[in-house]
Design a protein around this ligand. Structure first.
Ligand code: HEM
Length: 134
């Protein structure tokens, strides 16, 4: 198995990951709730990973903050610890099925770090579900 070597490899990884995630029984409904347009999302998420793995800075052109984006998503539909755990499991599995090497390992480490930061961030935001119960 080869390592993640270029943008085409990232695109392949993202196609495979979202191929699972969008219809997944634990997190699939969240992408529906967000009304995610996957054709628009794929090049953006590719730029995000290109920036992480190859330092191109391509994601910065959007001026967006993923923590903020998931914070807003959390207000539509709560993002819980079990969702992040499962997201990470799917991501790790997909990397391991497709690539092996230093960048593949780095991608998994970074995904883990970002997922933990996101969970930490959204945990500080009361979701609308909670507000309704109060
Ligand atoms: C519970 C786990 C997660 C779910 C359900 C989820 C779902 C989503 C959805 C629905 C969007 C689109 C939001 C919108 O445009 O309104 C999004 C955006 C994004 N996600 Fe996640 N996400 C999760 C975790 C992660 C993690 C761990 C990462 C990074 C390692 C990540 C990276 C991104 C990025 C970079 C964007 C923003 C792309 C942009 O600028 O438009 N996500 N996510």
């Amino acid at each position: 198995m080869k390592d993640i070597e270029n943008r085409a490899d990232i695109d392949e990884l993202m196609n495979r990951f979202y191929g699972k995630a969008l219809t997944d029984e634990i997190i699939g409904y969240i992408f529906d709730a967000a009304e995610l347009d996957i054709e628009k999302h794929l090049p953006i998420i590719g730029d995000f990973w290109e920036t992480i793995l190859f330092g191109t800075g391509n994601y910065q052109k959007y001026g967006r903050n993923p923590l903020q984006i998931h914070g807003e998503l959390h207000l539509k539909t709560p993002l819980l610890s079990k969702h992040f755990r499962h997201w990470l499991k799917l991501f790790t599995e997909t990397v391991d099925e497709t690539y092996a090497g230093e960048r593949a390992e780095f991608a998994k480490l970074r995904a883990d770090a970002v997922a933990n930061r996101m969970l930490n961030f959204v945990s500080g935001i009361p979701s609308l579900e909670f507000q309704k119960q109060e």
